[in-house]
Design a protein around this ligand. Structure first.
Ligand code: OSB
Ligand code: MG
Length: 371
């Protein structure tokens, strides 16, 4: 049983070790909202809003999420008693959308619940593995040479698959060069909706690269077009932005809009929704994997937990803290083995300690919502 006494929001600013460029643009510094839930017994749980700094990947962004959590969602949860963390989702049903904002509270409540039970979160959500496979997502670079150097570094570190971002000015020739340089590595491309069905011929030509998948080639709200493209190409399409709910997953599967799904805790609204999507996909024979949103250690810890669910059979965008930050906000930092895996921590809850001193140092504002 959880009685939520308060929810604290803290915005931290964290510069990335290296800028991250997608078809939407470049990010140099993250503005991340951390959420701490405290219950009546003084127990705590941590979550993170995974939205970006501008509403390009989704409608949510840092400042919109802040007011949504503070003014709308936290008041729906604070002061309430929940039988189980999975019930928290329902208490926010009056608010439509804003799934990343909702997930920050929901995932924090799961961490709180697992800590109260004294068990690791990954076990609590029903995870089945103690080690997860890691891949990396590499942004668009200034030159192809820089991209090749980065890929070399990540392969040497042991990562099990390489994802590169693609866009109309960074696609066929770049992939050709990567294939020519590294041969038959496990490689995929993420377009973040940069193309339209008019580009079908290009995708047919890119079938020859035998990529593991093309991630989200077309518009975020257009399953029908993805199904038309998938019917014309051999390479599996993986949906990211398009899948926000279990209903979206069911529709995508029925429409044959893709053959793989990337699950992000924030995008779908937390563990309750993610577990439903994982089950739908597992029953339909659709592999899923854990996507990333350049999270701080808190969001990353949640991604590690989610990746232990049975349906997560492909390497995720879950990589070491040091690829993103000079210094993370959790202890220990997330490390990847030379075999390209993360050993899932066995402590209670997310299994990493939040460094409160460091969070305070990089905090730009904080607010507490209580009864
Ligand atoms: O599309 O998967 C994406 C980062 C921000 C927004 C969207 C995406 C990404 C990534 C990075 O690909 C994944 C990561 O390393 O966290
Ligand atoms: Mg993506």
């Amino acid at each position: 049983m959880l009685k939520i006494a308060s929810i604290t929001l803290t915005e931290i600013n964290l510069p990335l070790v290296h800028f991250f460029e997608t078809s939407f643009g470049r990010t140099y510094e993250r503005r991340i909202i951390l959420v701490r839930v405290e219950d009546a017994d003084g127990g705590e749980g941590w979550g993170e809003v995974t939205c970006g700094e501008i509403p390009s990947y989704s409608e949510e962004w840092t400042d919109s999420a802040w007011v949504t959590v503070e003014k709308i969602l936290a008041p729906m949860v604070v002061g309430k008693t929940f039988e189980r963390a999975v019930d928290v989702w329902d208490s926010m049903r009056q608010a439509r959308g804003h799934r990343m904002a909702k997930a920050s509270i929901e995932t924090a409540c799961w961490d709180l619940e697992a800590k109260k039970l004294g068990i690791p979160l990954w076990r609590h959500i029903g995870g089945v593995r103690t080690e997860i496979e890691c891949g990396v997502s590499i942004g668009i670079q200034d030159t192809v040479e820089e991209l090749l150097t980065k890929i070399r570094t990540e392969l040497d570190a042991g990562y099990r698959r390489i994802k590169i971002k693609i866009s109309p000015r960074w696609d066929y020739d770049v992939i050709a060069k990567v294939r020519e340089t590294f041969g038959n590595i496990r490689l995929m491309g993420d377009a973040n909706s940069a193309y339209s069905l008019d580009n079908a011929e290009l995708f047919k030509r890119m079938d020859s690269f035998e990529l593991m998948m093309f991630e989200q080639p077309l518009a975020f709200d257009d399953l029908l077009c993805h199904s038309k493209l998938q019917a014309q190409i051999k390479t599996p399409i993986c949906l990211d932005e398009s899948i926000r709910s279990p209903a979206d997953a069911l529709a995508a599967i029925e429409l044959k809009a893709g053959r793989i799904i990337n699950v992000k805790l924030g995008r779908v609204g937390g563990y309750g929704q993610a577990k439903q999507i994982e089950e739908i996909c597992r029953n339909a024979g659709i592999p899923v994997w854990c996507g990333g949103m350049l999270e701080s250690g808190i969001g990353r810890a949640h991604n590690i937990a989610m990746s232990t669910l049975a349906g997560f059979t492909l390497p995720g965008d879950v990589s070491a803290s040091k690829r993103y930050w000079h210094e993370d906000i959790i202890s220990p930092e997330v490390e990847v083995t030379p075999e390209g895996t993360i050993i899932v921590p066995d402590g209670p809850g997310i299994g990493f300690e939040v460094r409160r001193d460091r969070v305070e140092k990089i905090s730009v504002k904080s607010v507490i919502v209580e009864e």
